[in-house]
Design a protein around this ligand. Structure first.
Ligand SMILES: C[S@@+](CC[C@H](N)C(=O)[O-])C[C@H]1O[C@@H](n2cnc3c(N)ncnc32)[C@H](O)[C@@H]1O
Ligand SMILES: [Zn+2]
Length: 492
């Protein structure tokens, strides 16, 4: 057995070639963190793989059912792998034929017609990887539509058209609970906000803590429906010092209310999975309220609260609808264990699939891994720069809050609680792709949407207080984009 270095110099092949073969199932042995290869194996695999994964001159399997059974017995992988590598071509019409039995079972007649109508424009020039991609996208979008149709009567088609029109900066005036209820299911790719904090400002007053948390819960419940599957929610909230107004309303009832902790529980109860709590260190704060009059004896003193939470949640709605293998496009797949709670994983059972593990297992995949591994998404617009990566390397980080009051004592932004751009910047770069729709249901001064637009995404905000924020947002959009961008508005 030879080491990687020895085999590369011996056979004069590139590291990429070696890894490509390994990925296709060429045997090797793992020793610690490196691999050993058998020279004869590598030579054979190179010979059998001259044409690349998807080569031209193909044979199409004449009968469909014949192709739907596992045809890759582990005792003769070599002969078959040779046949596959050199004699295969996938087109859309081939995939429709190959998957016929499954499509007939899985889709209604209307859905099948729609699938065929969507694919009709793609002729036989679309081949192999491209054909698999086009087919898989059309098929999964039909499944998505089926899910969206379960709620469609409650949606507002005008609102939906507004959200999906070409403009990239949009504000919806209204109560976000009401607006969210009229939005299509799974139609937003990422949510980011800083909610109104319990009784912290003049615009956010509730009778007691429970009333507040309950209002927030209803909104979070609706965002679960509206957020696309396997996507994220980035929620910035600070703990507040106040009276919960439950047992007592007096000043003595004031204490630290751990809003961050309460929100985590609510998000979890509404179906989200907790991913992270990044601590935003706000540096020195102005408030002196924890100092308790300088009595330097036990039980009087507590540190000042100078951090906020950046809570991160995942939506994993378990969807067990069969999806095609991302390598070969076959629907001949078996349900596997869930790779994460709520993420259905599959294993390709098409014996002619190109990608098999060294132990001859089929390609394993899920909707989530398909999205994350999609090579066409690895473009510069989606790459995260070194600066951001190193800035957000640790889960405690320090950046200043937005300074609200200028030297003359005027509120500069015209709003009492804007969050710094750092938060949406990280959230958008880490958890969305260019062109996607980013929603802030408590838009305030529109920070999320502005950052989204600057990063090539679509920024959408919902804000209840039109009188206060319309002039603020308009001014900000004008300044941020030098009057070059139009803000579109919708009222509900
Ligand atoms: C903490 S601020 C958001 C700050 C924002 N991230 C920014 O940078 O400006 C909360 C905002 O939510 C708004 N709001 C409160 N309740 C709302 C509701 N039910 N629907 C929509 N907006 C609401 C408030 O008017 C306020 O502007
Ligand atoms: Zn496959």
């Amino acid at each position: 057995m030879l080491t990687e270095k020895e085999i590369l110099s011996d056979l004069k092949i590139s590291r990429t070639t070696l890894w490509r073969l390994k990925r296709k199932g060429m045997p090797c042995i793992k020793v610690g963190s490196s691999y050993r290869f058998d020279r004869n194996d590598v030579v054979n695999w190179i010979e059998n793989n001259q044409g690349g994964e998807y080569s031209e001159g193909y044979f199409e399997i004449p009968t469909i059912s014949d192709n739907l059974i596992l045809q890759f017995p582990s005792n003769q992988p070599k002969i078959l792998s040779q046949k596959i590598k050199n004699n295969y071509k996938i087109t859309i019409s081939y995939l429709l034929r190959h998957n016929r039995e499954y499509l007939d079972k899985l889709l209604t007649i209307e859905e099948l017609n729609e699938l065929e109508a969507r694919l009709v424009e793609f002729n036989s020039d679309v081949k192999n990887e491209d054909a698999v991609k086009v087919f898989a996208e059309a098929y999964t979008s039909i499944l998505k539509k089926r899910h969206q149709n379960e709620y469609i009567e409650n949606c507002d088609p005008k609102l939906d058209r507004f959200i999906n029109n070409k403009n990239e900066l949009k504000i919806i005036w209204g109560d976000c609970l009401k607006v969210l209820k009229k939005m299509k299911s799974e139609s937003i790719h990422l949510m980011i906000t800083s909610p109104p904090y319990y009784n912290a400002r003049e615009y956010s007053q509730w009778e007691n803590l429970n009333a507040y948390l309950n209002d927030m819960r209803l909104i979070i419940r609706e965002t679960y429906r509206v957020l696309d599957n396997h996507r994220m929610w980035v929620f910035n909230v600070g703990d507040v010092f106040d009276n919960d107004n439950l047992k007592t309303k007096s000043v003595w009832g004031k204490r630290r209310l751990p809003l961050g902790a309460y929100f985590i529980k609510i998000f979890e109860e509404e179906g989200f999975e907790f991913v992270d709590d990044i601590i935003w260190d706000k540096g020195e704060v102005e408030s002196q309220r924890h100092k308790n009059g300088g009595v330097n004896y036990p039980f009087y003193q507590y540190p000042l609260n100078c951090y906020e939470h950046i809570l991160i949640f995942h939506k994993h709605r378990l969807d067990i609808s069969r999806i095609p293998c991302p390598v070969c496009g076959s629907l001949n797949v078996n349900g596997n264990t869930q790779s994460e709670i709520g993420v259905q994983s599959w294993e390709c059972k098409n014996g002619k699939c190109f990608e098999r593990s060294p132990h001859n297992r089929g390609k394993r995949f899920s909707l989530r891994s398909n999205m994350m591994q999609d090579i066409s998404k690895r473009i510069s617009e989606n790459s995260i720069d070194e600066f951001i990566l190193s800035k957000w390397r640790r889960d405690i980080l320090k950046f200043p809050p937005v300074i609200k009051i200028d030297q003359n004592g005027n509120n500069r932004i015209g709003h009492s609680a804007p969050f710094p751009k750092d938060i949406p910047e990280m959230a958008i770069k880490y958890f969305s792709y260019a062109g996607e729709k980013i929603l802030d249901p408590f838009a305030g001064s529109f920070t999320t949407a502005i950052v989204a637009k600057k990063l090539g995404r679509k920024g959408i905000g919902i804000e209840i207080n039109k009188t206060m924020f319309e002039p603020v947002i308009e001014k900000r959009v004008f300044e941020e984009f030098n009057g070059q961008e139009r803000l579109e508005k919708f009222s509900l």
